[in-house]
Design a protein around this ligand. Structure first.
Ligand SMILES: Cc1cc2nc3c(=O)[nH]c(=O)nc-3n(C[C@H](O)[C@H](O)[C@H](O)COP(=O)(O)OP(=O)(O)OC[C@H]3O[C@@H](n4cnc5c(N)ncnc54)[C@H](O)[C@@H]3O)c2cc1C
Length: 527
């Protein structure tokens, strides 16, 4: 058994946990983050990708709107590498009530969300595919954000301040000694070794799993409701800026350009289990129909992947237990000393990825207060590693790098054409991630995220790992099988039209040419 000593253990490696461990470490605490899978594999890796301007919430939740507007500016400063400043439009389409738009600018001004009404001529110039029958358009400062870059940026920053980041470590038990939290027990899922982390404080940032973690410390009935939503990536950017319908927040009213694709979303239903989120076909159809409202002909584009995530919402007694669409979305901190008589434990839920830094600031402030210490939050002042030059991400960045960098020619070989992943980038990611699987690599470099969904690049990546002696041939085959199995989860719900042809081609390559199902299996299971 391995033992570690810390001041504070942060549970959950989503955006909230990554922000919290960074904040605690920057304030001088010895902090350890434990995540049962890879960073950003929960809700943070299954969200819509929108860096909110606040525009979406000015009417439904003005306080959140103001927080989003403020954090939008801060994140552009400290996490530039993860953000594309696409800008956004709120558009009154031909099916939307115009009276909502009448009060929209006023509500933005009140919530301090920058907005400007633009002419429809200008709107169509910016977005040529926008529904030509749209009536009004308002420009806001929406952007897009890469959730994985965001969490890894925060985690690397935390490491520089002495924090320890333990991925693939599942929390199994929390010791509560006479009403004071004293240790967190985990299982290192890769080695099978138990790990005990002695600590004075636990910050529960486990998103929709928050209730389960709190119960491990003897705090029962913490109701974090998983509000599930689906999203669909289309095969190219039908829009260059974020398109929102100018209506009260509803299903399928946002289209987000993300890297070379765009994402329509989302729905909102209470999920039974945050680990098992279905992607119902009727919701897929609902999203495609919603896309047509903003971009006529939307259905003719190829849907390449669908996924679902669960919002960690705190149960809201104002609405029915099933009505997650109308549950409050603001962040909430649960003080378990007050609620359950357990000292040294706080749970945080609600909020948005856009406000993750602020959520971290608030919960670490609350911890400092309980510890009777005054340590100032400094997370808004310093960029995370990779964002030091304050250069916001742009879509053409990888192309420019490929064309101008003077690495060895083999390092510049393109392995994934859709996302322009070079052999050099791929090798760097594989070498940095001990015992990686191909999905860990995907989250780092976007391997297999583009229109072919790994059809051509996955086998190359597995082959290179084996050729470079990073893994043996059996493990390479198993990683490939695993990767394709995981991609399939998001492919089958959208199998229609041209995507059926692409999927059949991929299947013929892997099953027909490589006979993947019958390649030797590794001695050790791939986690
Ligand atoms: C459909 C949808 C669309 C969204 N779109 C946007 C958007 O466009 N913009 C925006 O700003 N926000 C958006 N959000 C909200 C945002 O994604 C979430 O608020 C945010 O990602 C929550 O992060 P988190 O760290 O709190 O939770 P998570 O990312 O879920 O992290 C919790 C972590 O805890 C880990 N964990 C669970 N149990 C254990 C255990 N026993 N041991 C160790 N670790 C454990 C999980 O593996 C997980 O990684 C969206 C949410 C959804 C569902």
């Amino acid at each position: 058994m391995k033992t570690i000593d810390a001041d504070v253990v942060v549970i959950g490696g989503g955006s909230t946990g990554a922000g919290v461990v960074r904040d605690a470490a920057m304030r001088g605490y010895k902090a350890v983050l434990v995540e049962r899978a890879d960073l950003g594999q929960g809700t943070t890796g299954r969200f819509h990708g929108l860096l909110h301007s606040g525009g979406r919430y000015v009417v439904s939740d003005p306080e959140s709107a103001t927080e989003c507007a403020e954090e939008n500016k801060i994140l552009k400063r400290i996490q530039a590498d993860a953000i594309e400043a696409t800008g956004g439009l709120f558009v009154t389409t031909d099916v939307d009530a115009e009276d909502f738009a009448d009060g929209y600018v006023k509500a933005c001004n009140k919530a301090k969300v920058p907005v400007q009404e633009i002419t429809m001529k200008e709107a169509f110039r910016r977005e040529p595919l926008l529904n030509r029958r749209s009536k009004r358009a308002f420009a806001v400062e929406d952007g897009t954000i890469d959730g994985w870059k965001l969490v890894w940026g925060a985690a690397r920053s935390a490491e520089l301040y002495g924090a320890e980041i333990l991925t693939y470590h599942a929390v199994t038990k929390i010791d509560n000694h006479e009403g004071q939290v004293s240790a967190v027990h985990c299982l290192d899922r890769r080695s099978g070794e138990p790990v005990v982390i002695g600590c004075h404080f636990v910050l529960n940032c486990s998103g929709p799993w928050g209730g389960e973690i709190a119960a491990m410390a003897g705090c029962h009935d913490v109701e974090v409701v998983p509000g599930a939503g689906i999203m669909i990536a289309m095969n190219h950017r039908l829009t260059q800026s974020v398109l929102n319908r100018c209506i009260y927040p509803a299903d399928g009213d946002i289209l987000v350009p993300a890297h070379p694709v765009c994402i329509i979303g989302t729905t909102d239903h209470k999920a039974g289990d945050a680990d098992d989120l279905p992607i119902p076909r009727d919701q897929v159809q609902q999203m495609l129909t919603a896309g047509e409202v903003m971009i006529p002909g939307f259905r003719n584009a190829r849907a390449i992947h669908a996924w679902a995530g669960a919002r960690p919402l705190v149960k809201d007694s104002r609405v029915s237990a099933e009505d997650t669409r109308h549950m409050a979305r603001g962040m909430q901190i649960i003080d378990h000393q007050q609620r359950d008589g357990v000292k040294g434990l706080l749970t945080i839920a609600g909020g948005k990825l856009t406000t993750y830094r602020l959520m971290a600031e608030r919960i670490v402030d609350a911890m400092c207060e309980q510890l009777g210490e005054q340590r100032k939050c400094v997370t808004a002042d310093e960029p995370v590693p990779g964002s030091e030059n304050h250069k916001l991400y742009t879509l053409d960045r990888r192309l420019k790098q490929v064309e101008t960098e003077t690495k060895a020619p083999s390092g510049q070989q393109i392995i994934c054409e859709c996302e322009l992943v070079t052999r050099g980038k791929l090798m760097e990611a594989m070498r940095e991630l001990p015992q990686f699987n191909l999905d860990d690599v995907r989250r780092q470099v976007r391997l297999g995220m583009g229109p072919c969904q790994g059809g051509f690049c996955a086998s190359r990546a597995a082959g290179i790992a084996q050729e470079e002696d990073i893994i043996d041939i059996e493990r390479a085959s198993e990683l490939l099988r695993n990767f394709l199995k995981n991609r399939w989860i998001g492919l089958w719900p959208i199998l229609y039209g041209e995507q059926v042809r692409q999927t059949a081609l991929d299947s013929w390559i892997y099953e027909g040419i490589f006979d993947l199902e019958h390649l030797p299996e590794p001695m050790k299971e791939v986690i």
